[in-house]
Every structure is written in C-alpha cells, then in structure tokens.
Design a protein around this ligand. Structure first.
Ligand code: IPE
Ligand code: IPE
Ligand code: MG
Ligand code: MG
Length: 380
C-alpha cells in the first residue's frame, strides 16, 4: 500500500497512543476494570504502533488511535475476562485471553464507526465521529462539501472494515491452541453475523416506528446484547474451559442485561446529557428510530399527542423545541417510566439468576453484580 505519511508523525503518534491509557472510566469504579482496561489498551497500543511503522496510510492509524483514546467503557473486554474467570476461577488470565479481549474492543470500534455512518451521527465519545473527521479534513484541504462528504463516508466505511480485519488479526496472532481456536471461531462467526443482522433490522425499522415493543426488543437483542454482553462472556468462558451448561448460564445472565443496557442507551439517547454521553440527543428522534421507548409512547398516546408524535418522529429537520415536545409526550404517556420499569425488571431478573449461579465460578460473581448495576444505572 502507498505510504502517505505527512512529514515526521512519530512523536505525534506516540502522544496519541499514550493517551490510550487515559481513557474515561465507568461511573462506578469496578475493581477488575482497572487492570483489564490498561492491559487491553497496552495490547492495542502495541498493535497500532506496529501498524504505524508499516506502510499503511498514517491517517488511518491516527484516526483509530484518536477514537480509542477519546474514551469508551471497555465493557466487552471486561466481560471477556470475566467470562474466563466464570469458567476457570480465580487466577490470572493468560496473555492470549487479554489479546482476545482487545480484539473484541477492536470489533466494537468497527461497529461504532459504521453505526455512526448509518445513523448519520455527528459526535461519539465527545468527539466528531470518524466520517465527520474525514469530511472536515477534506474540506480543510480545499474539497467541495459534497465530495468531502462522500470521502468522509467512504473513508469511515474503510476504517471500520480495517478494524474488523484487525480484530481478526488480533485473534489469530494471540497464540491460541488449535483446540482453543476450534471452540472460539464459531462464536466469533456468530457474533459477527448477529450484529449485522441486528443493525439491518434496526435500519429496516428506522423512519417508520410502530407500537410493536417486541420488535424493538428483538432489534436490541441482535444489534447490542449479543455482541456486547453474551458473546464476550462466552468467548472468555470457552477459553477458560467452559462446558455448555456454563455457556447457557451466561446467556441467561447476558440477554436480560443486554436488553437493559440498550434500553438505558435509548433513554440516554433522548434524555441524556451529551456532555456525559458524548453522543447527540436528537439523532434517534430525527431518524425515527424504532426503540422500545417510542413503541411504548405510540401504544399509549391518543388524540393530539398521538398525531404530534407521528408527525414529529423521523423529521430530518426536527428542531430543539420540537424535540422537547416529543420528550414531553414520552414522559406524559408513561413511556419513559415504562422503560425504567423494564430496566428494573431485567436487573432484578439478573440479580435473581446470580443468587443461584449454578456453574458460574463464585470468583466471577462480584464483577457480574457490579456490571449488572453499572450497565443499567449508567449516565454515559
Ligand atoms: C455503545 O456501546 C453502543 C451500544 C451497543 C449501545 P458502549 O456504551 O459500550 O460504548 P463505549 O465503548 O462506552 O463508547
Ligand atoms: C447500538 O446502536 C449498536 C451498535 C452500535 C452496533 P445505537 O445506534 O443504538 O447506539 P448509539 O446510541 O449510537 O451508541
Ligand atoms: Mg447509533
Ligand atoms: Mg444505530
């Protein structure tokens, strides 16, 4: 590949990479998170350093490094390592598990970059999204807006593809045994396919939300719960020697938690504080996303509220004042409270499961408790 390095970027790259270890934290400190995130970030930093020394366009590595440095909870790596503990018990996971955990964060990076293109989002982790960064660079170098936007979207698709590829590379350079690869690869295949399916369902429903709550929950399960919670736990667990019973036990924990995680994301996407979430709070309403929040409101609204909701949801030019009208209806119909109730019910179910954890090793339970709490009560 052509090397498009602009001048000596080594020092700049080092500064960027060093920022990887200073990413933001979950609202509530988790005891296990501190080392998982620094271990995973060290793997990612080293991986990117090697890539930067190669013949790839430097811009590509810079964009990814900046994205990782901007924040993120590192939830999937934490769950992967927790899955390993759930099977193997206490002790230190081998470096191969940490590298697989890093691969899951790389996979998540791919998912977010493409998600922001599809959702036309302007910010992520408090920074302009990747397609916006690339668009702005092209405008700054004299391109027209339309050609710059085309470059931004196309470039972000490629950066995301690269992350997907690098996530695979991190796995097959992790030093896993043939037996470990045999148990891991089918789970990775499933995880990759599930998110594509979920994102497709999400896009298909976008712009035409209905009162079908079940449909919204199916979308959430495939686009979020599986790749964010269930598969990271499974992947860590099979590397720790899990049997099918344990995988089933982890699924029973993961799916209600994943649903609650996405329901919280939906609430934050409309009512959250962008200064904390790092994401805009008009996108879901402007896009007309078919979330459980909107479905509950459409189910309960009547008269003028129902007309207004149908008229405003999905309007590309939705103003802040109109978004406030929608928020008022989401509250007055009881939809917001209804989603909070669903989150509470899911969290209670997860806590009940953890009270009789079956084959889950007791050493993993405190982290699973903490995660159930912080993933559903979070504000970012
Ligand atoms: C955001 O995931 C996308 C969803 C699946 C809801 P996170 O909330 O884990 O995002 P970061 O990694 O912390 O930015
Ligand atoms: C969540 O999508 C699933 C993925 C990012 C793959 P959303 O579109 O609901 O998530 P945010 O709110 O943009 O993070
Ligand atoms: Mg989105
Ligand atoms: Mg989306």
């Amino acid at each position: 590949m052509v090397d498009t390095t602009h001048g000596n970027s080594g020092a700049r790259m080092n500064r960027r990479m060093n920022r990887l270890s200073r990413v933001t934290r979950l609202p509530r400190a988790l005891p296990a998170l501190a080392t998982v995130r620094s271990d995973v970030d060290a793997v990612l930093r080293e991986f990117l350093r090697e890539k930067a020394a190669g013949h790839l366009p430097t811009q590509l590595v810079e964009v990814v490094t900046d994205f990782l440095a901007a924040g993120g909870k590192r939830l999937r790596p934490l769950l992967c390592v927790t899955g390993w503990h759930a099977a193997a018990g206490e002790g230190t996971p081998p470096p191969s598990v940490v590298r697989v955990a890093a691969a899951l964060e790389m996979f998540h990076t791919f998912a977010l970059i493409h998600d922001d293109v599809m959702d036309q989002s302007s910010t992520r982790r408090g920074q302009p999204t990747v397609h916006r960064v690339l668009t702005a660079r092209r405008i700054a170098s004299g391109g027209s807006r339309s050609s710059a936007e085309r470059f931004g979207v196309g470039g972000a698709v490629l950066v995301g593809d690269l992350m997907l590829t690098w996530s695979g590379e991190l796995i097959h350079t992790a030093g896993l045994s043939p037996a470990e690869l045999t148990s891991l690869l089918p789970l990775l295949d499933l995880m990759r396919a599930e998110i594509m399916y979920g994102q497709y369902l999400d896009l298909d429903a976008t712009g035409a939300p209905t009162d079908d709550v079940e449909r919204a929950l199916t979308i959430a399960r495939y686009k979020t719960s599986k790749y964010s919670i269930e598969r990271p736990l499974h992947i860590g667990a099979v590397l720790g020697g899990a049997d099918l019973d344990l995988l089933d036990g982890l699924t029973a924990y993961a799916l209600p938690l994943g649903e609650a995680f996405q329901l919280r994301d939906d609430l934050l996407g409309v009512f959250g504080d962008p200064a904390q979430t790092g994401k805009p709070r008009l996108d879901d309403l402007r896009d007309g996303k078919h979330t459980a929040l909107v479905a509950l409101a459409l189910r309960a609204a009547s008269g003028r509220s129902a007309d207004l909701l149908r008229d405003l949801l999905g309007r590309e030019d939705l103003t802040d004042a109109q978004a406030e009208q929608v928020r008022t209806i989401l509250v007055s119909t009881g939809a917001r409270a209804g989603v909070e109730d669903m989150i509470t019910r899911n969290r209670d179910r997860v806590e009940e499961l953890l009270a009789t954890p079956g084959p889950i090793h007791p050493g993993a339970l405190p982290v699973l408790h903490d995660l159930a709490d912080s993933a559903t009560r979070r504000s970012a």
